[in-house]
Design a protein around this ligand. Structure first.
Ligand code: DOR
Ligand code: ZN
Length: 346
């Protein structure tokens, strides 16, 4: 049987949620990822260092026995975030701030309405060498949902990168050829994360033969030429693109409804699905860089010690997972076979 041993990977974009849900999400990620960037879009969001450190404690309390999983906290940028908030976050060891344009996605109502008005805060991020993580979609009602990432690049992202040349920016969960081209062509201070769903699927997988709510996430799946661009760039081994699952659980009732939530709960199979994609691309030798090296290198953090091992062995993702309160969640790729299996977890 073919096996694949990787230096311990990290997840650079993850939704752990809060409360009882942590009992599900923390072990699911800690089985193979040593660190994860914990997104701050709780309700209410994580807005300052104090809230971030309290959230960190709640995550740590949900670690399985013997786990060294380490959450990396982020602040949620609002119209009211101040440079002083950034200085305090830097002093508390918080590596990054997340920009959600208001209304772009789940729990983004507190997000930024006027990015230019936030430039003093971006100045502070640059000064303290903290990263800006961006949900890159415009929210204007007249812009088609499939064009929102492309328009964001020209209208918002380029001006930010030009105005703040020393600011490290992660363009999160990119979905388009235009995003790939922008990240490749711009400075070394800009990188991107890519999810399993955007590598594996295109919008046909959400819409052909019926609406498939468990493949609905934001930014929404695009047409196949964009999926191909993402697949090509990870196969190229470019260090500007690294692993960020965007694993984002919602209970079944919130996904299978008339106005369903965005998010794919991929933590149960994420590293395995990335392995499957890199295998299909005949680029398994590029997986370790993507999963374990380029992320910490970009963040300026040490690479992990230790390893995990996967084997080429088919298994099936469960149809449903039950939370402690009895509510079901349908995981990403539920009931479908996966070609790689984690045989030596952390
Ligand atoms: O699909 C998504 N789900 N995209 C996001 O940006 C947020 C996430 C969530 O929190 O559910
Ligand atoms: Zn996300």
């Amino acid at each position: 049987m073919q096996t694949l041993t990787l230096q311990t990977p990290d997840d650079w974009h993850l939704h752990l949620r809060d409360g009882d849900m942590l009992q599900e999400t923390v072990p699911a990620t800690a089985r193979c990822f040593r660190r994860a960037i914990a997104m701050p879009n709780l309700a209410p969001p994580v807005r300052n260092a104090e809230e971030a450190l309290a959230y960190r404690d709640r995550i740590l309390a949900a670690r399985p026995e013997g786990s060294y999983f380490e959450p990396l906290l982020t602040l949620y940028l609002t119209d009211h975030t101040t440079p002083e908030d950034i200085a305090a976050a830097s002093a508390a060891g918080i590596p990054a701030v997340k920009l959600y344009p208001a209304g772009a996605t789940t729990n983004s109502a507190f997000g930024v309405t006027d990015l230019r008005g936030r430039y003093p805060v971006l100045e502070a991020l640059q000064k303290h060498d903290m990263l800006l993580l961006i949900h890159g979609e415009v929210t204007d009602a007249h812009i088609d949902i499939f064009d929102r990432e492309k328009v964001f690049i020209d209208e918002k992202l380029k001006p930010v990168t030009e105005q703040f040349p020393d600011l490290k920016v992660v363009f999160e969960h990119i979905t388009t050829r235009e995003a790939v081209e922008f990240v490749e062509s711009t400075t070394a201070r800009v990188a991107a994360t890519i999810t399993p769903q955007h590598l594996m699927l295109n919008r046909n997988d959400m819409l052909v033969g019926g609406i498939r709510p468990h493949n609905y996430c934001l930014p929404v799946l695009k047409r196949n030429i964009h999926q191909q661009a993402l697949r090509q760039v990870v196969a190229s081994g470019s260090p500007k693109f690294f692993l960020g699952t965007d694993s984002a659980p919602h209970v079944k009732a919130m996904k299978e409804t008339a106005c369903g939530c965005a998010g794919c709960y991929s933590a149960w199979a994420a590293i395995e699905l990335y392995a499957q994609v890199f295998d299909e691309l005949e680029a398994l030798d590029k997986l370790e860089g993507f999963a374990s090296h380029y992320g910490p290198d970009f963040y300026g953090l040490p690479r992990n010690t230790g390893t995990i091992t996967l084997a080429r062995q088919e298994w099936t993702v469960p149809e449903s997972i039950t939370l402690a309160d009895g509510q079901p969640i349908v995981p990403f790729i539920a009931g479908q076979p996966v070609q790689w299996k984690l045989v030596e977890p952390l």
